[in-house]
Write a protein that binds this ligand. Structure first.
Ligand SMILES: [Zn+2]
Ligand SMILES: [Zn+2]
Length: 360
């Protein structure tokens, strides 16, 4: 397992990504660096200067190019203090337990595991904590004494792995529609029913359909801190992870594609249905959709998360690290933490070339 840390060019201290300035900050000498000033991403071990390469070579497994291996807990050597540290299978960036310096597990973010994009944190920890305080005030379920009794744990900034899909579809729907008109003349009420067969064909552009890339089972799609503004996404660089926690992806596109295609078909159908207007009823009898251009990206998205204990139970809370949108609920299992971010969002752009409305 190879690991990297990002060092200050002036004093050799650890650099942390600073959400306020969107630069890399040295807390020791108070220097700031841009992404460009950091220079090349230290991806390859052979090009790495000491002490990183030395530290890595102490672990027997370090020379092996680490690839996607599920469920593997690894031991690595902290580049700052040399301690042996254990990392969970899904960890991509963390802190050394001993010296508290940030460390990025570079082999879990390289080659085919390299993310395409990252949305860097915009909110810092203080802003996230303020958002939590405000959110807490509004919650009905917080019993009196909550603030006093709840044992608040540290709020952590975490990059979570996602698949982002953009695609174009050619869809069609057909179904039966009715226009019903009633009127009264004297003592007689008249009802006129016009029946139509409605057909719609169209091209739908779908953007930013987002699926978690963590392979946990009980994902609930109803809650979330979505959406994220992908126009602010950056080309991936490990340096953005410095000072944060990060999880790496644990799924391949093939694991997600069936569910993604189902969503895409659903969105396409919805978009076409939205264009059927002016009828009293409309029932879809048949629909179909062909995907024309499908673009998948592996992205890391930022969130501040916090767990808290209340009456012996564990609750979770999250803030979108880019927009500040908050979300919290009462799940009991740790796996459900993922659910906070597992919503599916999509923005659909225009529907073109419609053919519609045939009067029978
Ligand atoms: Zn420095
Ligand atoms: Zn250390």
């Amino acid at each position: 397992m190879s690991v990297v840390s990002f060092k200050c060019k002036n004093c050799g201290g650890e650099l942390l990504f600073d959400p306020d300035s969107q630069k890399f900050h040295c807390e020791y000498c108070d220097s700031y660096f841009t992404r460009e000033e950091l220079g090349e991403e230290p991806e390859s071990k052979t090009e790495d200067p000491a002490p990183r390469a030395e530290a890595a070579s102490k672990t027997g497994a370090a020379q092996r190019e680490d690839e996607f291996s599920e469920g593997e807990v690894v031991e690595y050597t902290c580049p700052s203090c040399g301690a042996q540290v254990i990392a969970e299978a899904s960890t991509a960036a963390t802190w050394c337990y001993y010296c508290h310096n940030p460390v990025v597990l570079s082999s879990r973010l390289s080659n085919k595991l390299k993310p395409n994009k990252v949305i860097p944190f915009v909110l810092d920890k203080e802003q996230a904590e303020k958002a939590f305080e405000q959110w807490k005030k509004k919650k009905w379920f917080l019993k009196p004494g909550f603030s006093r009794e709840a044992r608040l744990e540290k709020m952590s900034g975490v990059y979570y792995p996602y698949w982002r899909i953009n695609c174009r579809t050619q869809g069609h729907i057909s179904g039966n529609a009715e226009k019903i008109r009633t009127w009264r003349s004297g003592d007689t009420e008249y009802t006129e029913t016009e029946r139509y067969q409605v057909v719609r064909r169209g091209q739908v552009e779908l953007r930013d359909i987002t699926f978690t890339a963590i392979n946990r089972e009980d994902i609930d799609l109803t809650q979330g801190v979505y959406p994220f503004d992908y126009s602010k996404a950056q080309e991936f660089s490990m340096a953005y992870l410095s000072g944060f926690l990060a999880e790496r992806r644990m799924t391949e596109t093939k694991d997600v594609r069936p569910r993604a295609q189902e969503k895409i078909r659903g969105y396409t159908r919805e978009k076409l249905e939205d264009t059927v207007k002016g009828y009293t009823h409309f029932t879809v009898r048949d629909s179909g959709c062909q995907m024309e251009e499908e673009k998948w990206e592996y992205v890391l998205l930022p969130a501040w998360v916090m767990t808290y204990q209340y009456n012996g139970e564990t609750y979770y809370y999250a803030v979108n690290g880019q927009t500040g949108k908050t979300c919290g609920r009462l799940p009991l299992s740790k796996a459900r933490l993922a659910a906070l971010f597992a919503g599916v969002t999509a923005v659909a752009f225009g529907v073109f070339s419609l053919i519609g409305g045939l009067l029978l």
